[in-house]
Design a binder for this molecule. Structure first.
Ligand SMILES: O=C(CO)[C@H](O)[C@H](O)COP(=O)(O)O
Length: 248
C-alpha cells in the first residue's frame, strides 16, 4: 500500500514570526545602515541577515542594535555593529510589535527596549514592522496586555500612581514590572510601569503628550505614525501594507 499523503501541518506562532521576518529582509540591500529590533520576531530577521552576509548575498551592512540582547544576537549572527552617534542616518529598521492598530500605530516595549527602539526607529527612512496576526488589535490597549512606560527609579511608585490617574476614565490599572522578585531594569538603568486599560483611551497623541509631560517618565511604548511598512504573517499567508495606503 502507498504511504498516506502527508497531512498539512499548520504553522506555529514562531513559524509565522519567521515568515514575516524573512519577508522584511527582502527590503535589505547591501551597504545599508540597519536598525535591528528586539524580541522573538526580530531575531529571525537578524539571523536571516547573518545568513545572507555569510553567503555573500549581502555586504557592507552596518547594524544598530536596539538592545543589549540584540547586540549579542547580531554579533553571534556576524553582523557588523555601530551606533547612532557614528551612523545618525539609518536606512531601514526591522522590528516586532506587541499591538498594531488599523492605522499602523503600535504598542512596543514588552521586551523592555522601547527607549532605544524609539530613538533608532524614529530616525530611519523606512521602519518595517513584522508581526504574526495575533498582534492585530482594533485599538491601542485592545489586547488588554501591558502598555509599558519607562520611568526613572526615583519615587517610581509616585510616578506610577500619577500615570494611573491620567487614564482613570479608561479603567486604567498600573503596576511596576517585577522580574525575579525585583523591579525589571532596562538597558538604561530605568524601570518599567505597565499600564492596562479596560477601555479605549481615545486620542493617542493627546495620551502621549500627557504621559510625556509627567516628570519621572522617560518614554512610553506607543509608537504613533512611525511604521512605514507592516508585514503580517497569518495562517493564510503574508500580507504587506504600506503607510501610504492608509486612508487619511
Ligand atoms: O518592543 C519589543 C521589545 O521591546 C518587541 O518588538 C515586542 O515586544 C514584540 O516582541 P516579540 O516579537 O517577542 O513578540
Amino acid at each position: 500500500m502507498p504511504p498516506p499523503p502527508p497531512t498539512a501541518v499548520s504553522p506555529t506562532q514562531d513559524d509565522l514570526k519567521r515568515m514575516a521576518a524573512h519577508r522584511a529582509v527582502d527590503y535589505v540591500k547591501s551597504g545599508m545602515v540597519l536598525g535591528l529590533g528586539t524580541g522573538s520576531t526580530a531575531v529571525h530577521a537578524i539571523r536571516r541577515i547573518g545568513d545572507l552576509l555569510r553567503r555573500g548575498e549581502l555586504s557592507g551592512i552596518v547594524g544598530i542594535p536596539t538592545s543589549k540582547q540584540t547586540e549579542e544576537q547580531a554579533t553571534e549572527a556576524g553582523i557588523p555593529l555601530s551606533d547612532l552617534e557614528s551612523h545618525p542616518s539609518v536606512d531601514l529598521a526591522i522590528d516586532g510589535a506587541d499591538e498594531v492598530d488599523p492605522h499602523m500605530n503600535l504598542v512596543k516595549g514588552r521586551g523592555g527596549s522601547l527607549l532605544r527602539e524609539k530613538m533608532i526607529e524614529g530616525t530611519c527612512e523606512r521602519f518595517v514592522v513584522i508581526v504574526d496576526e495575533s498582534k492585530l488589535v482594533d485599538y491601542i490597549g485592545g489586547s488588554r496586555l501591558a502598555m509599558p512606560v519607562e520611568v526613572i527609579p526615583f519615587c517610581c511608585n509616585y510616578t506610577l500612581e500619577r500615570l494611573r490617574r491620567l487614564f482613570v476614565d479608561s479603567g486604567c490599572t498600573a503596576e511596576l514590572r517585577i522580574e525575579k522578585g525585583k523591579p525589571f531594569e532596562t538597558d538604561n538603568g530605568n524601570y518599567i510601569v505597565n499600564l492596562y486599560f479596560e477601555r479605549d483611551i481615545g486620542d493617542l497623541n493627546d495620551a502621549s503628550d500627557r504621559i510625556l509631560r509627567l516628570p519621572g517618565v522617560v518614554e512610553h511604548g506607543m509608537f504613533l505614525g512611525m511604521a512605514t511598512t507592516l508585514i503580517v504573517a497569518g495562517k493564510l499567508g503574508v500580507t504587506v501594507k504600506e503607510k501610504s495606503e492608509l486612508a487619511s
